[in-house]
Design a protein around this ligand. Structure first.
Ligand SMILES: C[S@@+](CC[C@H](N)C(=O)[O-])C[C@H]1O[C@@H](n2cnc3c(N)ncnc32)[C@H](O)[C@@H]1O
Length: 234
């Protein structure tokens, strides 16, 4: 039976939700904390009044934003996978209240949010799994305020010299470790495949331009295995 890609992605994240955080920190050697911090520092610089974190998963970017931004700034965090959102809500119970932070269902392909309603949108390790990336970018462009900015944290293509070591790790080591812990090696093989086939930062910038974004800049982290794209609505 035909199942849209979004449905398969949602099902896959449902299956690994309980172990997601632990594996994230383990498989990235703890670097994911630094990558998210770099993202949040960029957001802080534009002094947003309203923030939307898309594909929030278990909420680590949303919590990091909440800690760094003024308590008067509301943060809305959305994902289409309820078990991932449930992990975020569990963490929220032990998170000190530092201002409004709401986790709710939302599909990036079809956001049920008003036009021009946020001045910063973040998405970390989410766009790689989109059914239609340009459509997702168009939705983000629509809900961004006219002076707003989009911040994408995502895997990218590493420097040439680092590729052999990196792809051996991605193809063989990562799925084996993750498979032992989650009993779902296929999910991590799929995720590793999406990292390997993900566009370069130049191609991703082109897709952002296609969706209407302008003034696109990039910052490479950890041998360019991860890149932050920042883009303005106008
Ligand atoms: C790798 S996790 C990243 C979670 C979190 N942002 C982080 O940095 O840890 C990817 C998340 O994207 C979500 N996702 C993928 N496609 C989506 C879509 N079309 N709409 C909403 N969420 C989506 C998945 O459910 C999953 O929780």
């Amino acid at each position: 039976m035909y199942q849209p890609i979004g449905h398969k992605v949602e099902k896959m994240f449902s299956g690994i939700a309980l172990k997601y955080d632990f594996l994230n920190h383990l498989l990235s050697f703890g670097l994911d904390f630094l990558w998210r911090k770099a993202l949040v520092n960029k957001v802080k610089k534009i002094k947003p009044r309203t923030v939307l974190d898309l594909a929030t998963g278990s909420g680590d970017v949303a919590f990091s934003l909440r800690k760094s931004l003024d308590s008067s700034i509301p943060i809305l965090a959305q994902d289409f996978c309820e078990p991932m959102l449930e992990q975020a809500r569990i963490k929220q119970r032990s998170f000190p209240q530092q201002g409004p932070l709401k986790f709710e269902f939302g599909d990036c392909m079809d956001l049920t949010l008003e036009d021009t309603s946020f001045d910063a949108i973040t998405i970390s390790f989410g766009v790689r799994n989109f059914e239609n990336r340009v459509q997702g970018f168009r939705e983000m462009h629509r809900v961004l305020d006219n002076d707003g900015s989009l911040f994408i944290l995502e895997f990218s293509q590493p420097y040439q010299w680092f590729k052999p070591i990196y792809f051996i790790y991605l193809k063989y080591i990562l799925p084996t470790i993750a498979g032992l812990i989650t009993k779902d090696k296929e999910a991590y093989k799929y995720l590793a495949g999406t990292i390997e086939s993900f566009p370069t930062k130049e191609s991703l910038s082109e897709q952002l331009r296609e969706a209407g974004f302008q003034k696109i800049s990039t910052k490479s982290l950890t041998f360019s295995t991860v890149v932050i794209h920042q883009a303005s609505k106008h």
